[in-house]
Design a protein around this ligand. Structure first.
Ligand code: IMP
Ligand code: MG
Length: 189
């Protein structure tokens, strides 16, 4: 049986996303008046980062890092695209789309500490605490969410749906189905 249209829900609409970027941007600006390096994790954080930096009119530098999971249960992580900036002695805020098991974030914070950063904390749009495997501290959190896969605003399912304007939830079998029809249903919300 096909899923009813209401298997699609918007978790964060454009106004709520803008509100989160504004709130977290002003918290970061308050905490780092003399400047900060934002290290964004590719690719899921791109939309969030774009909104967040424009709420941070103070001194700020940007860099990007891409990781890839591998091994049994994909519980090991390696660097696919490394930082360009030298972060030694700098205050760093890592920007992520979502913290799930915490493996990615703890790897990132360890890596940045090894590079000699003066400090490193995390800023995540979404926090799915129920699936945590490693305890991690997230300094700036957009929203805590339940245990369901989310898409849109940079977040994907198998590389699709990053270009949706809002954060949405939908039946995973539907999402893996015919992409054009599903995309139409999603963007109609
Ligand atoms: P962690 O290492 O398990 O915390 O996973 C974090 C990464 O998994 C995120 O940076 C996302 O790229 C990806 N991820 C986890 N949950 C979701 C989701 O619901 N939608 C899209 N990507 C997700
Ligand atoms: Mg992904």
């Amino acid at each position: 049986m096909s899923q009813p249209a209401d298997s699609i829900r918007t978790l964060l609409d454009a106004d709520e996303l803008a509100g989160i970027a504004r709130r977290l941007g002003s918290e970061i600006r308050r905490d780092y008046p003399d400047g900060v390096v934002l290290v964004a994790l590719l690719k899921g954080s791109i939309c969030f980062l774009a909104d967040l930096v424009r709420e941070l009119p103070g001194p700020c530098e940007l860099d990007f890092l891409a990781l890839s999971a591998y091994g049994d249960g994909r519980t090991r992580v390696r660097v696919v695209k490394d930082l360009d900036l030298e972060v030694a002695g700098r205050d760093v805020v890592v920007v992520l789309d979502i913290v799930d098991t915490g493996l990615t974030l703890s790897y990132l914070l360890r890596l940045i500490a090894l590079r000699g950063a003066a400090s490193a904390v995390a800023c995540a749009l979404l926090d799915r605490q129920s699936r945590r495997l490693l305890p991690v501290d997230i300094c700036y959190v957009g929203k805590v969410i339940a245990d369901e896969h989310v898409i849109g605003y940079g977040l994907d399912l198998d590389e699709r749906y990053r270009n949706l304007g809002e954060v949405q939830v939908a039946d995973e079998a539907d999402l893996r189905g015919e992409p054009t029809a599903m995309f139409e249903r999603l963007s109609r919300r």
